[in-house]
Design a protein around this ligand. Structure first.
Ligand code: GLY
Length: 350
């Protein structure tokens, strides 16, 4: 008889873990009252570990780069195409931003990854819809974006061998399974008391190009306005614009101030964005750990955690699925060592 696995959480992490385990011969139940409706549904879907590299965050850069490299094969294993655009361009609106871009280029380049610094004319040529006062750009040609909602749907199809249980889990001990994987995102700390995963709320906008509006950028565009990060991710005939960041509150209500800031900041990057149709606003809760790295590993003989992916859940899905598959097979993936829960107190629970 096959061994039984309970996966708690039906976001992209839980779905990919469950699908993989079912393929590997486990009898899998996935528990979630509303599969794919949390942070996975709200995500921008940009896979940008190189552009977001920063000195001192070496482990996060390498984990992200490793997962980015696994993405093409992971995508080929899915029943549907989930890619939405390729390349990303981070832009500087002032001298301080330009200095930051040079710092990133130097640090990430020294780790052997490909990034190039572009001047005004090159930016205009690549992405004519962007503001003329952009001073500098950082091009990451190997980064790309995926459609998070197509990904959720594709993973649900890929998880055909999984039994879905539309229930919220409150007690891991009550689950009738040999092994349990907690992939519960922002609910993780409620299931694993002491696990330092907190919620960081984020709001996004979804825009559609109207026929009179100029075409959207073809790459993910990232920038910073008044210290607030802003990104535009191409999605079909429009853009996902994100994202606000709030440390307090566990709600998923979209605020007037959040929408106002996102529109104002997006306009600084792409002045004609006001011509687009705003057809959706949404908010999600990022499961964030204290050091920004995910928490992936065994916390007891029976329980594995795969959470704390913060802003990088979609990016880190392939490497997390590989790491959990290795743990279920009694092995470890050396590439996710930095994500070991043993770095926190709870990771040492027998
Ligand atoms: N994935 C980007 C964000 O959380 O804003």
């Amino acid at each position: 008889m096959s061994k039984s696995l309970a996966v708690v959480g039906g976001g992209v992490i839980g779905l990919s873990v469950a699908a993989r385990a079912a393929r590997d011969g486990w009898s899998v139940h996935l528990y979630d009252p509303s599969v794919g409706s949390g942070a996975s549904w709200v995500a921008g879907g940009m896979l940008a570990p190189l552009s977001e590299g920063w000195p001192g965050e070496h482990d996060l850069l390498e984990l992200g780069a490793q997962s980015l490299a696994r993405w093409p094969e992971f995508a080929r294993s899915l029943p549907d195409d989930v890619f939405s655009s390729s390349g990303s361009l981070t832009v500087a609106l002032d001298a301080a931003d330009a200095a930051d871009l040079r710092t990133i280029a130097e640090f990430v380049g020294a780790q052997g990854h490909e990034l190039s610094v572009l001047g005004r004319a090159e930016i205009r040529e690549l992405e004519p819809s962007l503001a003329q006062n952009i001073r500098l750009g950082l091009l990451a040609p190997t980064e790309f974006a995926v459609d998070n909602r197509l990904l959720v749907a594709a993973l649900q199809k890929a998880a055909a061998g999984v039994e879905f249980v539309a229930e919220a889990v409150t007690d891991l001990d009550a689950l009738d399974a040999d092994q349990v994987v907690v992939a519960a995102g922002s609910h993780t700390a409620a299931l694993l008391p002491g696990m330092p995963v907190r919620s960081v709320k984020g709001e996004i906008l979804r825009l559609r190009r109207r026929s009179s509006a100029i075409p959207a950028p073809t790459r993910t565009i990232r920038g910073s306005v008044h210290g607030r990060p802003i990104y535009l991710v191409p999605r079909g005939d429009g853009l996902v614009v994100g994202a606000t960041q709030y440390e307090s509150g566990d709600d998923t209500q979209v605020t007037v101030a959040g929408v106002r800031d996102l529109i104002a900041d997006a306009e600084r990057l792409m002045p004609s964005i006001g011509e687009y149709e705003l057809y959706e606003t949404a908010a999600g809760l990022r499961p964030m750990s204290p050091d920004g790295l995910p928490v992936i590993g065994r916390i007891s003989d029976r329980v594995i955690v795969a959470s704390g992916h913060g802003r990088n859940g979609i990016l880190l899905t392939p490497i997390t699925a590989d790491a959990v598959a290795a743990l279920l097979a009694g092995d470890e993936l050396p590439e996710t060592k930095a994500a070991d829960p043993a770095r926190f107190e709870i990771g040492r629970t027998p």
